[in-house]
Structures are given as structure tokens and as C-alpha cells.
Ligand binder design. Structure first.
Ligand code: NAG
Ligand code: NAG
Length: 810
């Protein structure tokens, strides 16, 4: 164990002595120098510090006898009772005992009794590297802003090592890293402290914490160390601006989106944290029009519409949106909102020129209106097509955005005087929108309609003896044209009357079309006439129409029958008829011949005996007027007979005439004459005259009769088989039967147009059987002087057999 006490320092002469403990007792009494020992600390208990007894010069025996012991305030040592060695009694910790002191010595006293001696003993405790450097806290937490610039230093906590000397703390080490380095500095007291130096800018966003290990080492051999964990929290600095997810936001929006529609959401992120990452959004550019239309939620970045959109006004909105964090870093992005067109505008029709009045004779293709269309929508929504209301005679010509409304057919004002032409414009949107405009078009009148009479022809019946000035008919024509073009006036343009006499017969009121008789008509003179009336409008040129007006003059019983035979002689004396004495009953004595200028019933004559000297002797044919003997003449009968005959027509009231017949039975004229002389004696001259007259009469009668017979014979020969009647010009014409009066026309024996071609019948006058070949006779008769009067008594047996009577008149 003594070998272990090798740690000795060359410390003056007493140290030398200690090296030679055997020398010590020699000087002991003389030297009161303390005995010095040096031991390392932390020796185990019982370790020998030094041979105290021996160094005091005591023998082993003396140790127990003299009771060698040590005393001190605190006893770390003890004395071995047998050997007298100083032993370690308790643990000796230099750091505990001496703290920081560099020199650590324990003072103790060695006491011996018998005699009592006290010796000072100094035990120097040598340091042993029994402590590692140690940090006060094993963990160092630092916060360093990422904005800190390189070069920044932070003093770190120093480690402590209670050992001294070389065993004390000698250096620090930092775990390898990119950002930090370590500088060790000296304190004025010689201790060292570490400083952390920032080498490179930190970036929280890439690494928010750093973990380092600080190691403190002492200078012992082997060195001991202590570590501390350094946790560096990188504090955020607002070093990152917000970043939008897109540089440009593009979105399309229908223009009919209602206010409040969410359009899009811009979004920016900030890599910073905390308030440095709190982003607010705003529009950039204060007076941007878009800001009235859209609103931006400053926290969410939601953009919504505030107002209705109108593609026609703005097709595209471009806005700048700024995102800003609390640290005032900002970024911008563009928001482009395209407005999509919707078919929200009706097409418009713009009429640029219009003539709303056109003449009805305008040819097809006449331009009425010029118009164009407008639709503010675009694309198909703005493509416009025009159409017209149905059933109008118009069409649309389109040329180059302009449209022409033209007539498509000929117009007729009389049919449609006005058109409501509705033009409809429709676009091609879905659904299509349309609008329409109505043009009221007035059609102007042209004189294109002639007046039209209400009847194809007019027939009027007028009774004769009408008062002059009476209206007898009215014609009426209509003209659908307008104004003067439709104003009709009437006139007589032609007639079958003698042109010069026309105006004395009829006139027409130009305005009313009333036809007036200008005189009293006489059926016996004029039975019918025909007028051509004209209706004429006042257009330019004027149009006219003709109509025929047939005036039939009706008969009135205004003519009394006129007895033609027997007639009075020139001197007023009566003539006589001679009857053979031997006349058989039924012998035709004579015939009363009378005419009536009227016609029909009014001229249908009947004969009546008013008075007779011998009523039973003669019979009178009621209709024929034939006087026949009723019986044979007796001896007692007077030779001279007188018959008073009344001739009555069929009119109502009837008119009549009387005739007196003087009948003489004689076989010859001589026989008669004396008889006659008995009677009112006519004077010789008168007698003579009468005689000549009779002779002339008889002659003429015979001649006339011959002529007629000749004519009849001719006729009969020409048409032996024809059922022709006998015809007399301007007289009665009949076939071989009594006249059956037909009053449908109201006139009988029509004095005109007696000769009409065979086969043709005039329905108005069908009671008159047409007589075909009478023209020859008529010609003969026409040759006669119209003023001459031909009187005849027709007593021919052949005619008699036919029981036909003929009246001859002018
Ligand atoms: C045309 O329109 C007008 C006014 O709207 C109306 O009075 C008239 O009766 C219409 N005419 C036709 C032929 O429809
Ligand atoms: C009407 O009659 C007149 C006279 O006969 C004639 O000149 C005219 O042409 C006729 N007009 C018509 C339309 O027939």
C-alpha cells in the first residue's frame, strides 16, 4: 500500500522528509513542522495514508502504549492501533471537502500520551477525475426566428465539472449540422462557455425544429463528458407571401344568373403560420366596374354576383384579386369571368320606310315597306327570320339584312280595302323569342269596276193613257268603286223609237234611274218599245254598262167598236142588202163588220140584235156578225126588213156601237128600186150618187176579193202542205179558228211583228201563232197608201165555209 502513495510533490524540505519518513523522528523534537501526507481522493476505507507512528518516531509498541490517535473537527482518518499507520476512515471527496479550492489540505493533529505530545499532520487531498462535466439542465430550448441573419450568437449554458486542473472542463462539442457552429469563449475566471453561432438562414417552412447535442468534455484521461440536448424551435417570420392556387381563374357564367350566384372561389395559401398565414382577399383597383357587379368575400375568397348580368353590355369581366396576409405580404391573381349569351333579347323590327297607301292596281312586287331586324343576342340567338301573317297577298324579300315587304298578288280594294300585315321576327335561340309589328295598309281605289245593273234586262208594263210625267220604271246599277269611281249616272243611249221622237216619249233621271213617261202612251199606236239604258260611273276613264228596258204598253178599253158595214151612204142614207126571195133558211144575207182599235177582250166584239121588224126571220152570229135567214120567207112577210144591231166589245165596262141593217127581199135590183123609192125619197142626184157608190163599192169589193183570192191561191200553191194561216199586213192574223184570247200579255192582235220566221215563237206573244210566209201578202198591202181606207164586206162562200172573219185595219 505504501507504493500507492506515490503522488508526492516536491514541496520544500518537509516534503523531502516525507520521502524519507525514517528521518523524521530525528528532527521531531526540534522541528515542529507538520507531517504532510498527500493522497488522492476517494481512496477506499482502510487505505494507508502514511506511516504515522513511524514518522513520529514511535515504535510499534509505543503505538498502543502511548495511545496514538488523531483528532480533527471531522475525522476522515483513523490510526491503526497496531501499526500506527494513518488509515482512511471515511470517504474523502475532494470536491466536497474543498469545493472550488485549488489546494485541498486537511489539518489534523496526532496525539500521543505518556508524554503527551501533539503533532500537526497535514493531509493533502489530490484531485482525481471522478466527475464528468455536467450541464445544469439536460435540455436547452431555444427559439430562433427564421428571419435571423447568419452570425447571430447565443450564449449557451456552461457545463460544470467539479474536478480541478486538467480534470476540469476543457472543451465543448456540437453535433454536426448545417446551420450552427459553436464558439467556446473564456470567462474572466478562466472557465469556458459555449456560444451557438448561426451559420445559415433558417427556414421554418422547410425545417421548423433543429435538434443538436452539445457535449462538454474535461481534460481527464480518459476524458469524461456530459451532454445537453439543444432543441431549436424556428420561429415563423412572415417571409412567405400568399400564393394563389392559380395565376388566372377563368370561369364562364350564364348571363341569366341571378344576383347572389356563386361564381368561383379564389384560394391562396401561405406557408407561414399563425397570423402570418391569415389571408384576406380583396379586389385590386378601386373603381373597377366589376366590383359593382361582383362581390368578394374577404375571408373565403368566394366571388358572387351582386347584380344581374347582361352579355350585351359586358361580355367579359377581368378583375385583379389580391390576397394579403397579416404581415402585409400580398399576391395578385386574375379572375376572368366570361358571360355566356342567353337568348334574352327579343328581335326588333325597325321599319325604315313605309308607304301605307297603295293603289289596288299596283302590280305584284310593289314595295310597301323597307325594314330591318335587330337582335342584341349573338350567335344563333341573334339570327332572325321574318314571317308574315297568313293569307295576305304579301311576301318578304330579304336582302343583306334588309327586308322588303312587297305585294305578292294583285289587290282588290273592293274585296279588302285594308290589310293588317303582321310581320313576325323570330330568332333561332332555344327557346326562340319573337316580336311582331303590324302595318295597316290601305288600298286605294281605282276605277276597275263597271257599274252592274241589278237585272239583266228590265220589262215594264205600262197601261196606256198614263198621265204624262209618271214614273214607269226604275233601273238601278251598283258600282263597288269608291267616290266618283262608284258614282253612277243613268242615261238612255239607244231605243227602237225614232231618235227624234225619243225624248218626247221617255226620259230617265240621271241620278235615280227613274224612267218617266213624257206623254200618254196609246196602245193602239205603240204597243211596246225598247230602250237601252246606260249606267256610267264618273271615273277616269269612265266605265259603263248597258241594259235593255222593254216597255210594254198595256191596252185599255178606250176605243168603242166602229161599224164598218153597213155604212151610211154619202148623204147619210142607209144602204140595203138584197135577199133573194127563195133564200133557204141559213142563207147568209150579210155580215155586220165592225172593228175595235183596242186589243184582246177590249176588241173582242159581240153582235146583238137590238130591234127587228120580224124577230124570227133572221139570226145574227154572236161573234161573226153574220146575218142569216132563220126560215124561208113567207108570203105574208114584208119584203123589207130592218135590223138594229149592237156591236159590243169585251172591255169592262164594254163599249158599243149600233148599226142598222136594211134587208130587202127581191130577186133583182129593179124589183128593189121602186121599193126603195117608197122610202124616204132621196133626190135624183142623191139617188144617182148612191147608185154609183154602190156600184163602185161592189166593183172594189170584187176587185179586192179577187186580189185576196189570188193571193191565197198563190200562197196555197207555194206551200200546199203547210198549215199556214192567212196574214194581212198590219192587221189581224190568225189561223183557221176563232181567236182564243190569251191575256197573259194583256194585248191582243198585236199589230206589229206579225211575221216571224217559222218555228220561232215569241213566248210573250205565243197566243199568236207564227205565220211564216206572209211577207208576200204584206208586201202587197204595204204598197198601198197608208192613208187610204179600204172597206170590204167579205161574203165569199169559201171563206164562209171556213167561218173565218177578217178584220182589216190600218
Ligand atoms: C286592323 O287593326 C285595326 C287596329 O288594330 C283594327 O281596328 C282592324 O279591325 C284590323 N283590320 C283587320 C282587317 O283585321
Ligand atoms: C252601250 O250602248 C251604246 C249604244 O248602243 C254603245 O255605244 C256602247 O258601246 C254600249 N256599251 C256597252 C258597254 O255595251
Amino acid at each position: 500500500m505504501g507504493g500507492s502513495c506515490a503522488h508526492r510533490r516536491p514541496a520544500g524540505p518537509w516534503q523531502v522528509l516525507l520521502m524519507f519518513p525514517f528521518l523524521l523522528p530525528l528532527f521531531y523534537p526540534a522541528l515542529s513542522e507538520p507531517i504532510r501526507y498527500a493522497i488522492p481522493e476517494e481512496l477506499p476505507k482502510g487505505s494507508v495514508v502514511g506511516r504515522l507512528a513511524k514518522d513520529l518516531g514511535l515504535s510499534v509498541l509505543d503505538v498502543s502504549a502511548r495511545k496514538l490517535r488523531v483528532s480533527a473537527e471531522k475525522l476522515h482518518f483513523s490510526v491503526d492501533a497496531e501499526s500506527g499507520d494513518l488509515l482512511v476512515k471515511d470517504r474523502i471527496d475532494r470536491e466536497q471537502i474543498c469545493k472550488e479550492r485549488r489546494r485541498c489540505e486537511l489539518q489534523l493533529e496526532a496525539v500521543v500520551e505518556n508524554p503527551l505530545n501533539i503533532f500537526d499532520v497535514t493531509v493533502q487531498i489530490e484531485d482525481v477525475n471522478d466527475h464528468a462535466p455536467q450541464f445544469h439542465k439536460g435540455e436547452i430550448n431555444l427559439e430562433i426566428s427564421e428571419s435571423t441573419s447568419p452570425g447571430m450568437r447565443t450564449i449557451l449554458e456552461s457545463a460544470e465539472d467539479p474536478d480541478t486542473g486538467v480534470n476540469s472542463l476543457s472543451k465543448y462539442q456540437l453535433s454536426p449540422n448545417d446551420y450552427f457552429s459553436l464558439v467556446v469563449k473564456d470567462n474572466p475566471d478562466g472557465s469556458k462557455y459555449p456560444e451557438l453561432v448561426l451559420q445559415k438562414t433558417l427556414d421554418r417552412e422547410s425545417q421548423s425544429t433543429h435538434h443538436l447535442v452539445l457535449t462538454a468534455l474535461d481534460g481527464g484521461d480518459p476524458p469524461r463528458s456530459g451532454t445537453a440536448q439543444i432543441r431549436i424551435l424556428v420561429v415563423d417570420a412572415n417571409d412567405n407571401p400568399p400564393v394563389f392556387s392559380q395565376d388566372v381563374y377563368r370561369v364562364s357564367l350564364r348571363e341569366d344568373a341571378p344576383p347572389g350566384t356563386s361564381v368561383l372561389r379564389v384560394s391562396a395559401t401561405d406557408q407561414d403560420e399563425g397570423i402570418n398565414a391569415e389571408i384576406t382577399y380583396s379586389f385590386l383597383g378601386a373603381a373597377d366596374k366589376a366590383q359593382h357587379v361582383f362581390s368578394l368575400d374577404s375571408t373565403t375568397g368566394n366571388i358572387i354576383t351582386r347584380q344581374p348580368l347582361d352579355f350585351e353590355e359586358v361580355e367579359r369581366y377581368t378583375m385583379n384579386v389580391e390576397a394579403k396576409d397579416r404581415g402585409s405580404l400580398s399576391t395578385q391573381c386574375k379572375v376572368i369571368i366570361e358571360v355566356l349569351d342567353e337568348n334574352d333579347n327579343r328581335p326588333e323590327i325597325v321599319i325604315t320606310s313605309l308607304s301605307d297607301y297603295i293603289l289596288e292596281n299596283s302590280p305584284p312586287g310593289t314595295v310597301i315597306a323597307l325594314f330591318k331586324t335587330r337582335d342584341r343576342d349573338s350567335g344563333e340567338n341573334g339570327v332572325v327570320r321574318c314571317s308574315l301573317s297568313r293569307d295576305v297577298p304579301f311576301k318578304i324579300h330579304s336582302s343583306n339584312r334588309y327586308y322588303k315587304l312587297v305585294t305578292d298578288a294583285s289587290l282588290d280594294r273592293e274585296q279588302d280595302s285594308e290589310y293588317n300585315v303582321t310581320i313576325t321576327a323570330t330568332d333561332r335561340g332555344n327557346p326562340p323569342l319573337s316580336s311582331s309589328t303590324t302595318v295597316i295598309l290601305h288600298i286605294g281605289d281605282v276605277n276597275d269596276n263597271a257599274p252592274v245593273f241589278q237585272q239583266v234586262s228590265y220589262v215594264v208594263h205600262v197601261s196606256e193613257n198614263n198621265p204624262p210625267g209618271a214614273s214607269i220604271a226604275q233601273v238601278s246599277a251598283s258600282d263597288p268603286d269608291l267616290g266618283p269611281n262608284g258614282h253612277v249616272s243613268y242615261s238612255i243611249v239607244a231605243s227602237d223609237l225614232e231618235p227624234r221622237a225619243l225624248s218626247s216619249y221617255v226620259s230617265v233621271n240621271p241620278q235615280s234611274g227613274v224612267v218617266f213617261a213624257q206623254r200618254a202612251f196609246d196602245h193602239e199606236q205603240l204597243r211596246a218599245f225598247e230602250l237601252t239604258l246606260q249606267a256610267r260611273d264618273q271615273g277616269s276613264p269612265a266605265l259603263s254598262a248597258n241594259v235593255s228596258l222593254r216597255v210594254l204598253v198595256g191596252d185599255l178599253n178606250d176605243n168603242a167598236p166602229r161599224v164598218l158595214y153597213p155604212a151610211l151612204g154619202p148623204d147619210g142614207s142607209a144602204l140595203f142588202d138584197m135577199v133573194p126571195r127563195a133564200a133557204e133558211p141559213g142563207y147568209l144575207v150579210t155580215k155586220v163588220v165592225a172593228v175595235d182599235a183596242d186589243s184582246g177582250h177590249n176588241a173582242w166584239l159581240s153582235y146583238h140584235v137590238l130591234q127587228a121588224s120580224d124577230p124570227g126571220l133572221f139570226s145574227l152570229g154572236l161573234r161573226t156578225g153574220e146575218v142569216r135567214t132563220a126560215r124561208a120567207l113567207g108570203d105574208r112577210d114584208a119584203a123589207r126588213q130592218r135590223l138594229l144591231v149592237a156591236v159590243r166589245d169585251g172591255g169592262r165596262p164594254p163599249l158599243s156601237a149600233t148599226a142598222t141593217l136594211h134587208l130587202v127581199f127581191a130577186d133583182n135590183l129593179q124589183e128593189v128600186l121602186p121599193d126603195l123609192n117608197d122610202h124616204p125619197e132621196p133626190s135624183d142626184t142623191q139617188m144617182e150618187l148612191q147608185f154609183y157608190l154602190v156600184v163602185a163599192l161592189a166593183l172594189i169589193s170584187v176587185l179586192f176579193l179577187l186580189a185576196i183570192i189570188l193571193a191565197i191561191a198563190l200562197r196555197l200553191r207555194q206551200s200546199s202542205s203547210s198549215a199556214a194561216g192567212v196574214c194581212f199586213g198590219k192587221g189581224l192574223c190568225s189561223k183557221s179558228k176563232q181567236v182564243p184570247p190569251n191575256y197573259s200579255e194583256g194585248t191582243l192582235p198585236y199589230a206589229y211583228n206579225l211575221c216571224v220566221p217559222g218555228g220561232q215563237t215569241n213566248s210573250e206573244f205565243n197566243f199568236l201563232t207564227s205565220v211564216d210566209h206572209c211577207s208576200a201578202t204584206q208586201d202587197i198591202l204595204n204598197n198601198k197608201d197608208s192613208s187610204s181606207v179600204l172597206l170590204a164586206s167579205i161574203l165569199t162562200p169559201s171563206i164562209e165555209a171556213d167561218k173565218t172573219f177578217k178584220q182589216v185595219s190600218i
